[in-house]
Design a protein around this ligand. Structure first.
Ligand code: HEM
Length: 159
């Protein structure tokens, strides 16, 4: 089912899975965040061009100190989005943040395929970060939280 525009139910179990795994990954967050972003550029090297601090840098990608904050942002906001979903949706709760994120990503030319690659890389990173906790349900919970966050951002990506 899940027809167009219909918001899927995010269950209490899904929220618990995201929170539980995030509390474990948090200890290792900078390292995981870094791996996450290297994965994105491994799959889609051209995505580097969108990041001004990578485009203009002479430092090799793996040594760029500015890489971690964005990756951490994606992780923490996806986790926060999971919590918000149980409280009635991210779009309403974080309208000003979503507006800002929509404007930023529109400005830098982020496209649907970039959000897709990022989703794939995020799920792979979590799988490798918490192998003992990984399950189909865990994957589904993070995927749903990410999808909902991205649709709230995309809704604000209007010129
Ligand atoms: C900037 C979050 C996905 C590329 C930012 C910023 C945040 C953020 C918090 C800082 C500027 C601001 O607050 O307006 C997110 C979240 C994402 C996401 C939560 C997904 C759920 C992506 C994707 C790409 C991307 C898929 C491209 C592969 C950029 C670029 C910037 C940026 C180029 C500007 C440079 C920078 O400040 O790092 N993003 N982002 N973002 N994002 Fe994202």
């Amino acid at each position: 089912m899940g027809s167009c525009g219909e918001r899927k139910i995010f269950s209490e179990e899904q929220e618990a899975l995201v929170i539980k795994s995030w509390s474990v990954m948090k200890k290792n967050a900078p390292d995981l965040a870094f791996k996450f972003f290297l994965k994105i550029f491994e799959i889609a090297p051209s995505a580097q061009k969108m990041f001004p601090f990578l485009r203009d840098s002479k430092v090799p990608l793996e040594q760029n100190p500015k890489l971690k904050p964005h990756a951490l942002n994606v992780f923490t906001l996806t986790c926060e989005s999971a919590v918000q979903l149980r409280k009635g949706g991210i779009a309403a709760a974080k309208e000003s943040t979503m507006k800002r994120l929509g404007a930023t990503h529109l400005k830098y030319g982020v496209l649907d395929e970039h959000f897709e690659v990022t989703k794939f890389a995020l799920l792979e990173t979590i799988k490798e970060g918490i192998p003992e906790m990984w399950s189909v349900e865990m994957k589904g919970a993070w995927a749903e939280a990410y999808d909902q966050l991205v649709s709230a951002i995309k809704a604000q990506m209007k010129p």
